[in-house]
Every structure is written in structure tokens, then in C-alpha cells.
Design a protein around this ligand. Structure first.
Ligand code: FES
Ligand code: FES
Length: 140
């Protein structure tokens, strides 16, 4: 369908032109996670200050779903309060369960909605979000 095509284009755009890919030099929270089913990995860095995700970067290797999800996640949570970022993570979990969710301030995330039909791909898409949760928990 046209919507599937649009979603595919959004995913490939994030995969080919990842936002926030790289590393910070200064002090940050770093979370390294891998997807046990395939061994792909992500390293997420968060700058957390005053209860806000000031900035986020990631590196890693993985499939288009995992890398585009990381790109979208970092864009979505930058500048957000920690509880708002966690709300985003919860909403993304709902999306992966096939629930109808809209992301008013970052619609690109909706492009991953089709993933919920494929359990292996859900693991790919949630990798970055699990890293986010871990990074925020660790900071408490
Ligand atoms: Fe990601 Fe198979 S584990 S597509
Ligand atoms: Fe490994 Fe998707 S196939 S993260």
C-alpha cells in the first residue's frame, strides 16, 4: 500500500542518513546492548542533566530496522524530560504490541508500526529503546 511505501521510505532514510550517529567526548551515560538473537549491537550515549535528555548519540551495527529505530529514538527524545522520554518508550512498546499509537511530536516513529507482526523484528526495533530505559534507570 501507499502507506507501507511511505513507511519503508522513512525507515530507509533513517538507515542511510542516521541522525545522531557518533560519540561524545565528554562525560555521559553509556549503554552497550546487543540483540541476543543476531548479535547486532548498539552503543548509546546520553547526556542527562536537570532531568532532561540534553543530547543523545549512538553507534553500532545492525539491520535497517535496528539502526533506523536508534536514529528515530535519539531524535524523539532529545530535549525531552526523563519522564517524557520514558513515556515515549512505553508508547513505542504499545506500538510493538500492535496497538494504535500516534506520536504527535515525532511521527517518523509510526513508520515502524508494521514491525509488530514479526517477533524477530520487534527485537531489532526495541534494542535502542531498551538502551534508553537502561541509561535513564542507571542515572537515578
Ligand atoms: Fe532482526 Fe532477524 S533478528 S531481523
Ligand atoms: Fe540484528 Fe536486526 S537483525 S538487530
Amino acid at each position: 500500500t501507499q502507506l507501507d511505501d511511505l513507511y519503508r521510505r522513512v525507515i530507509m532514510d533513517h538507515y542511510k542518513n542516521p541522525r545522531n550517529r557518533g560519540k561524545f567526548d565528554d562525560d555521559t551515560v553509556t549503554v552497550d546492548l546487543n540483540n541476543p538473537t543476531c548479535g547486532d549491537r548498539i552503543s548509546l550515549q546520553l547526556k542527562l542533566a536537570d532531568g532532561i535528555v540534553e543530547d543523545a548519540r549512538f553507534t553500532g551495527e545492525g539491520c535497517s530496522i535496528s539502526m533506523s529505530s536508534a536514529s528515530m529514538m535519539t531524535e524523539a527524545v532529545k530535549g525531552k524530560k526523563l519522564d517524557e522520554a520514558l513515556e515515549f518508550a512505553d508508547k513505542f512498546s504499545s506500538l510493538m504490541k500492535g496497538e494504535e499509537v500516534t506520536f504527535d511530536d515525532y511521527e517518523d516513529l509510526e513508520a515502524l508500526s508494521g514491525v509488530n507482526k514479526f517477533p524477530a523484528r520487534i527485537k531489532c526495533a526495541t534494542l535502542a529503546w531498551n538502551a534508553l530505559r537502561k541509561g535513564i534507570d542507571h542515572n537515578d
